[in-house]
Write a protein of this length. Structure first.
Lengths: 105, 105
DNA sequence: TGTGTATATACGTGTCAACGAATATATTGG
DNA sequence: CCAATATATTCGTTGACACGTATATACACA
């Protein structure tokens, strides 16, 4: 979970993920679409792969990268545990805590 | 979005968020529950606050921190854009791309 | 097999952020 | 105002990581 988060939080990897969301891409495709050099793209792809966020497929000399669904599903499930933050009436809960602790600011 | 991600990805801040998910907490509460010093807790809380992930309320000398819903909602909405990854049949899409690019591995 | 294309790795450098320790600021009650 | 409690900030150090350049590996086709 935290590996997923820290991996995605790097801006270039975030951009790579946004591109792969539209479909599989080769490394050279990504190099053209991003403004960074090929070694950097390969390196970020390796990190994404090690974090389980992408998978690779060979096509001649090309490597076709695509997104792996599971980690994003897990992130989504983790966020479900926050649902009470907005789906239930948070205000009432906060007022309750205020009363417990004394007056407000 | 990326500020949210990088902020959450730090392990101590992730733990703080998990605790705040259960309800508002004072700094000293968090210091007891986590295994890090008070200055570190305060520092992480400041970073969480600057990222808009928590809000503060004063109660005497205490500062009561609680989660802010919006960034988590935004994260959830961002993940919605990945829904096709698992809700629709990805396999067909991949086969389609394979045909476009030539033969498979 | 050798050459070109596609991708990956190695290396040195610079930056950024987390940490612990020490100290500063706020807030309350006496 | 003073002392005590609660929280915040500063400082110096250190480790992790992203970058660019250079080089290595994989694969296909002539």
């Amino acid at each position: 979970m935290q590996l997923t988060l820290s991996t995605i939080s790097e801006p270039n990897r975030f951009n790579i993920i946004e591109l792969l969301k539209q479909g599989p891409r080769s490394v050279s495709d990504l190099v053209e679409l991003l403004n960074i050099g090929q070694p950097q793209v390969s390196r970020h792809l390796r990190i994404l792969n090690e974090a389980g966020l992408v998978k690779v497929r060979k096509n001649a000399q090309q490597r076709i990268y695509s997104l792996e669904a599971r980690p994003f599903q897990e992130l989504d499930e983790w966020l479900d545990s926050f649902s009470r933050l907005w789906e239930e009436r948070l205000d009432n809960f906060e007022d309750y805590m205020s009363d417990l602790n004394g007056k407000e600011s």
